[in-house]
Design a protein around this ligand. Structure first.
Ligand code: NOJ
Length: 967
């Protein structure tokens, strides 16, 4: 079943095969990238000269100017190699103790790109009013923190920045002397010889070659494969070493297909030969273990030890390579090499993982609470080929009683890949089709790619061209033309403010003033942004030439990694992010109110992302393969994205390429069911594999897995609320939960879901019947399904769980209360009034607690106090267990939303870990309730746990109540 336009895609793929098969040769290695080569060579020279190496950069003490707030200062910096070149250092301490270090060239031949932070940060961070710098001859320092234990020291000669906590070094910038901001120069410029007294006179080295190398390596142009990058601005790269003394593990800098704790890329025992690369790229069939770039870049690295967590956020938008070296298991050395831009580095002092998340969230924001349906199951494929196909697929799900919320349309819906324009041969009635899907609250998501077919018959291209908002070629004139799905294409320049209102106007479902807009759509349709790295089939490394020109005259090289985020940002804005944001950006507000009144929460999925993209929607890990390795690494990648502040993440269930065997598909559904974003997707050449097509027992097993996800939607939604408020990821790796337990620092194949206490270890290997789960604490854990109890130990214990194909290895941590909805429904909106089950898993002291967050799951009324947030608690005292429900929302508990669900009951309480049969179970007023007790062998909290089931305690989910269980 292929749409007629498929042949177009196929032709393109034949013309540009690089787009469909991994040829590592299509992407540069460090040694093929001039500035990376230069950066690594600098590091090699430093290593060779060892103790005699000294950074040529120093601060002029006389220039230090402390700002009016006292917590900021500026100072002149020079390099002994080029005494005439001026740099300015600007160091600030924010209210929350984050240190920002900026350095830029002053009065240079050109301006370096300095706008990355303005796209990434939510606002200009507030500088502390209390902290003060103290200047001395050798440097300047600030001491702060509640215990006055944090000290930032900027040494003048050579320039070095160190963050200490409790007198111990935590983060050092330029400790190894690799700082180098290549200044703008003229081709004919000769290096200036150092004068006596300059840094390297001390080192008895008298030429710039000592520092910059003998040759002008790729300064003025660079060829890769058949492409030449003209580099009109010459060399402008930036190198900086960042050392994390006393932190043996580093995490983050997504997106790479590798383990969560980042392996070394240099030094003894390095896993990879190339540094981690951040250069958003469309790498089809990417390797399952590699330091290569993928679709998104978040230059945020966490460093962790049993005593501390800190992080570095390097706001740079150009291609960046990061070498990691674990010289000992106690320290980590890193080296960041970027092609262009200013130095703009934030040091996040932690000292706990939670504090690092909060510090990062204050900079770049958090993922807003999505619509609840977006957390349900999404069914995608390249492609559902016609309106009838969509209807049939929906019907088959219903016939087989398999829940699903969202049907997706890939590029073949669009006539000649002109996005927004339906191919009427196959999609004659798109609005009716969408309405059919929406009849029971389901949704459609439709793809809109950023490349525009260059034809006058495409109103979107036509208008963009008229407005002059398309990316320009290196000449700075006209429109850049490249190849993508529609053939000859151009790309909107989302850095151009003139593109925003225009792009937003396209999504209006009612045409205004005769302007073309997407009238053949409905207000509920979600958007899928793909290919926004951007992917250009005939471009260097399958993307845009770096010398293309964007708004403001910036080259594509300066902004590449932000490009994808701005596309999403604009679309997201259309739907209205939140009333608050709408007010900040007037056009957003207008657009949002044009679509619906009141505005509804948008859904946008992106493939490409940058630091801050979490504010605009979900991401997925791109074109994975249907292999066990890809399934496994997908889990780690989603965890890494969470650490990078982008928790709404998932990977294609089933693998994009290939035809997974049923066993693999079943396991992949478990991975999906425990990912924040849960979507099955498949390449156009794969066999259809919707769950209803499978034979038994696979079909029923997948139905059960989907039902499990649906029953747990309240858990996911509550976890999303928390991440929206705090920035703490939804999927929590072991080290984050137990930051002091060294044995957990490299565990990345099991994780906790939010604060719920659920601990899952998806099976990602073939032929497995059991799994080993690591328990870091002296606590009891229960099998979610069987109530088998396992006791951990404070030294760390491994327990074995049966994990046959029909079994999900899922534990509940003792001390948790899990809220679920267990009625089987066809879609999540149908569950809105369903009753709740509370699973109370007692800890070793007989206590438990949990929270449940609810709102309408659709509009922004929760920001105006229309919500319910309950805390459930269980406490054992003198042979009486009291289970209580209390309001913890900061709003009027009688708000209209709460009243609208007052009839929603708790229909069942399952108390797990009860060692003895109760003598009575009563509601608050003393009424005896119906209950059932199954004894266990639970005296030492090992073996089968005793379980009490209280049926219909007749309590509302929105009111305060208590159950009293007497033993
Ligand atoms: C590449 C995307 O990664 C994939 O998910 C999509 O199906 C194809 N583009 C076609 O749109």
């Amino acid at each position: 079943m292929r749409s007629p336009t498929f042949s177009g895609s196929l032709l393109l793929v034949l013309l540009f095969p690089g787009a469909l098969a991994l040829k590592t040769a299509d992407w540069k290695t460090c040694s093929q990238s001039g500035f990376c080569r230069r950066g690594r060579a600098l590091s090699a020279r430093a290593q060779e000269s060892a103790s005699s190496w000294k950074s040529p950069y120093s601060v002029d003490p006389a220039s230090v100017a402390v700002g009016s707030t006292q917590a900021s200062f500026t100072a002149a910096v020079k390099s002994a190699l080029y005494p005439a070149v001026k740099f300015e250092l600007d160091v600030r301490v924010h209210e929350d103790g984050v240190v920002r270090v900026r350095m830029d060239e002053v009065d240079g031949l050109r301006k370096r790109y300095d706008e990355a932070a303005s796209w990434s940060l939510i606002e200009e961070p507030r500088i502390s009013q209390n902290i003060q710098w103290t200047v001395s001859k050798a440097g300047i320092k600030a001491v702060y923190g509640a215990k006055k234990d944090i000290e930032v020291v900027v040494e003048f000669n050579p320039l070095k920045v160190t963050l200490f906590r409790g007198g111990i070094e935590q983060v050092i910038l330029n400790g190894r002397g690799l700082l180098h901001m290549e200044h703008f120069r003229k081709k004919e410029d000769k290096p200036v010889e150092a004068t006596e007294g300059d840094a390297q006179a001390v080192l008895q080295v008298n030429s710039a070659a000592w520092f910059e190398g003998e040759e002008q390596d790729a300064w003025w142009d660079e060829t890769f494969s058949s492409w030449t990058d003209t580099k009109p601005k010459g060399p402008e790269s930036l190198s900086l070493d960042i050392t994390f003394p006393n932190h043996g593990h580093v995490y983050g800098i997504p997106q790479h297909a590798t383990s969560l704790a980042l392996p070394s890329t240099t030094g003894p025992g390095a896993t990879f030969t190339d540094p981690y690369r951040l250069y958003n790229a469309d790498v089809f069939e990417y390797l399952a273990s590699s330091s290569m770039s993928l679709y998104g870049s978040i230059p945020l690295m966490h460093a962790h030890s049993a005593d501390s967590t800190v992080a570095i956020f390097d706001v740079v938008a150009s291609e960046t390579w990061i070498d990691v070296s674990h010289s000992s298991d106690k320290s980590t050395e890193t080296h960041w090499i970027s092609e262009s831009g200013i130095l703009d580095v934030f040091i996040l002092p932690g000292p706990t993982p939670e504090e690092v998340f909060a510090q990062y969230a204050r900079l770049t924001g958090t993922a807003p609470l999505p619509a609840e349906w977006a957390l349900a199951y999404h069914q995608c494929r390249w492609n559902y080929v016609s309106t009838d196909d969509v209807r049939t697929v929906q019907k088959r799900f219903d016939e087989e009683d398999i829940p699903v919320d969202v049907f997706w349309l890939d590029i073949e819906y669009a006539e000649d890949h002109k996005y927004f324009i339906w191919d009427k041969k196959t999609f004659p009635d798109p609005v009716e089709m969408t309405q059919d899907v929406e009849a029971i609250g389901r949704k459609m998501v439709v793809i809109i790619d950023p490349h525009l077919k260059r034809t006058s018959s495409y109103p979107v291209y036509q208008k963009a061209s008229e407005l002059g908002v398309l990316v320009k070629p290196k000449s700075g004139e006209g429109e850049y033309e490249g190849w993508c799905w529609p053939g000859s294409s151009s790309w909107i320049d989302f850095f151009h403010p003139g593109s925003w209102d225009f792009w937003i106007s396209l999504f209006k479902t009612k045409s205004i003033d005769g302007q073309w807009s997407w009238t053949e759509s409905t207000n509920s349709v979600g958007i899928w942004n793909d290919m926004n790295e951007p992917s250009v089939f005939n471009g260097p490394e399958i993307t845009m030439p770096k010398d293309n020109v964007h708004y403001g005259g910036w080259e594509h090289r300066d902004v590449h990694n932000i490009n994808g985020m701005l596309f999403v940002r604009t679309e997201h804005d259309y739907f209205g992010t939140s009333p608050h944001e709408c007010i900040q950006t007037n056009h957003t507000f207008q657009a949002a109110s044009l679509r619906t009144d009141p505005p509804r929460r948008p859904f946008v999925l992106t493939r490409s992302f940058y630091a801050g993209s979490q504010r605009f929607g979900a991401m997925w890990t791109g074109d994975n393969l249907g292999t066990w390795e890809h399934m496994e690494v997908g889990v780690k990648m989603v965890l890494a994205n969470g650490l990078g502040g982008m928790p709404f993440a998932g990977s294609d269930v089933g693998g994009f390429f290939g035809n997974p065997e049923p066993e693999m598909l079943v396991r992949w559904y478990v991975v999906g069911a425990f990912s924040p974003f849960f979507r099955a997707h498949a390449h156009i050449d794969t066999k259809r594999r919707e769950p209803f097509l499978l034979d038994e027992p696979y079909k029923s097993i997948i139905r059960d897995i989907l039902r499990l996800r649906y029953s747990m939607l309240p858990v996911w939604y509550t976890a999303f609320r928390e991440t929206a408020a705090t920035g703490v990821p939804i999927l929590r790796p072991q080290y984050m939960m137990f930051p002091k337990d060294k044995d957990g620092f490299t565990i990345d194949d099991q994780f906790y879901v939010g604060s719920s206490g659920l601990l899952v270890k998806p099976v990602t290997q073939k032929g497995v019947n059991d799994v080993s789960i690591y328990l870091a604490e002296d606590q009891v854990y229960y099998n979610y399904f069987t109530h088998q109890a396992y006791r951990g130990s404070s030294k760390g214990t491994r327990v074995t769980l049966s994990a046959q194909l029909h079994e999900v290895p899922l534990l509940v941590r003792g001390g948790s209360i899990i809220s679920t909805r267990e009625r089987h429904r066809r879609s999540s909106p149908l569950m809105k009034h369903d009753p709740f089950t509370l699973r109370v898993a007692l800890d070793k002291a007989g206590s438990a607690h949990g929270d449940l967050y609810l709102d309408d799951g659709d509009t922004f009324s929760h920001l105006e106090g229309q919500l319910v947030h309950r805390e459930f608690a269980a406490k054992t005292e003198k042979k009486v267990i009291r289970i209580t429900s209390k309001d913890i929302a900061n709003v009027d508990p009688k708000n209209a939303y709460a009243q609208s669900i007052a009839h929603v009951r708790v229909e069942k309480v399952v108390l797990v870990g009860l060692g003895a049969k109760p003598t009575s179970v009563q509601a608050d007023g003393g009424k005896e309730l119906e209950w059932d007790y199954t004894p266990g062998v639970a005296s030492d909290k090992q073996g089968q746990a005793g379980v009490l089931v209280v049926k219909d305690p007749s309590v509302s989910v929105v009111s305060d109540w208590a159950l009293v269980i007497k033993l």
